[in-house]
Design a protein around this ligand. Structure first.
Ligand code: FES
Length: 121
């Protein structure tokens, strides 16, 4: 395992992403709510640049009394990375597909040391 410098903490704003090359892998490092996440920028569906899509809250159906559909709303507690090629959604928290948990992004450790962000790969 090698620690690769991504950038200083001040260079990565909340909700933003940085791409780095670490060996053979292109890795996206995402900062959200003070935490850092790192995933290979490679969608398990058809190889698209999964992490270059939007980062958005999960969308939940709202079901009212009697099972009546009342529309949809965002769930800010669960952020998703949406692959730009065909819209597969992966949970930011662990990289797993939002529905098919057997599918997911390859995860790496991201951490801060002395004011700089690193990825261990
Ligand atoms: S390649 Fe990512 S959704 Fe198809």
């Amino acid at each position: 395992m090698v620690d690769t410098l991504v950038c200083s903490e001040t260079e990565l704003a909340d909700g933003k992403m940085r791409l780095i090359q670490a060996g053979q892998a292109e890795i996206a490092v995402i900062r959200k709510d003070g935490r850092y996440y790192a995933y290979e920028n490679l969608c398990p569906h058809q190889g698209g640049p999964a992490c270059e899509g939007v980062l958005m809250p999960a969308v939940r159906d709202v079901i009212g009394a009697g099972g009546i559909y009342r529309g949809q709303q965002f769930d800010e507690a669960e952020m998703h990375i949406v692959c730009p090629w065909h819209g597969y959604e992966f949970r930011l928290s662990d990289g797993r597909h939002a529905v098919a948990s057997g599918l997911g992004l390859r995860r790496f450790e991201a951490f801060v040391r002395e004011g700089s962000v690193y990825v261990r790969a």
